[in-house]
Design a protein around this ligand. Sequence first.
Ligand code: BG6
Length: 487
Amino acid sequence: MSSRQTIPNEITPFNLVIFGGDGDLSKRKIIPALFHRFADKQIKVDFTIRCVSRSLSDEKAFKKTLKDFIELDLKENEDSAGIDHFLKRVGLLKIEKNNVPSYCELKEDLEKTEDYQNVYYFSVPSAAFSEICNTLKSSKLINAKSKVVLEKPLGNDLKSSIAINDIISAAFKEEQIFRIDHYLGKETVQNLMVLRFANHLFERAWNAENIEDIQITVAESLGVEKRAGYYDHTGALLDMMQNHLLQLLCLIAMEPPSSLNPDAVRNEKVKVLQSLRLFTKDTIKENVVRGQYTRGANGATKLNSYLEDIEQYNSETETFVAIKAHIDNWRWKNTPIYLRTGKRMKKRYSDIVINFKELPHSIFPESKYPLKNKLIIRLQPEERIELVQLSKIPGPGGYRFKPISLKLDFIDSFQDPMPGAYERLIIDVIRGNQTLFMRRDELEAAWIWIESLNKHWKKEIPLSLYESGSWGPGDQILDENIKWQTK
Ligand code: BG6
């Protein structure tokens, strides 16, 4: 789509086929998200959902499980009576690996609604994408109206990502490919565009001249839970940094796009990724920390170590990464960007902190505080924007002042519950709006930077252990102050 075309907005009838339809993501996120949009009457058109499973065949039992998951996610204004109505459109489809006859059955089935668009959602590990894509292609299940949704991480390095993208691109055009990153569907993440490009105040100061550093933190209190198999091959670098944190960085650091058109936005994001300073064997040492959680506690709850969680005692997989990055362009020259993420942190929170530079001259010689401002964009769990500014303490005693926060809590201004990330993204797929999805060149630029790290980091930096329920190795994550250490 050219950057001048209008953004598609129409929801037309669709068949959604979810590969990995019996998996966790499908049950917890994709299906409930579709239910919410259906209950809200945003989806008014006819549609079907087929959940593909390699092992399940009892549709009745499967639908009961889906109902339980939807009920768990039910919003205050939703009625559980609507769930059965919704589930009438959902079916279970058993397809064993690479089984061509089952794809032929799927084809016959989809041909009953041949004027609908067919959306194939690959909610399986990316190692299976090529085979599914090739079988869809050889079974003639792909036409000009079809779309494909690809879950992350796409590949496990640049080479495998290129190989998978080549196969997908031989079957689908780039306009039909939706590389999903659920962080881009979060309301507070979308608000970054509004905060920056609809407010005069911030954008004027948004550069190296005024900003000392930027800190992006995604702290999770949970451990790897039941995903040991997946996580131990992925680690925090590929699970979180390569996608979610880099996407946040793009939105914070990009130049204003000329419009909201998908390519106008993605052109600017790709430039940020291409300007990230690559690591070398030597620069990794002082700019990167990798850690793994050990036993610990959260309040009275005792927590296992990562090795106990995955039941393997020699794993060196990281559950924590902290990176000091640089963007080599005019806007961000010499502005460090701290990117941090970890599992089993003391508290779950994600935020972006913009630390402004100190004023060039102080007329308050007695001041205890440096004359600087801070903008805290809290993405979750509470959605809030906080501007820390210095204010005079009322009363006598001269110009005594302290930092206070001007807070905008979303909940006070917007009473309706925020829609979940998948709700927005799935509707965008059906509408054909790619603004919130990664383009191929964007993904490859992200891989190039990650590879500069991945190539050497295991050899160059020791794994730092940190206690479950702490703030990471050497308390890397602190709310108020960054203590930057690499040991
Ligand atoms: C997923 C990762 O993409 O994002 C998980 O695979 C992680 O490991 C999750 O827990 C975090 O998402 P959220 O929306 O809970 O911040």
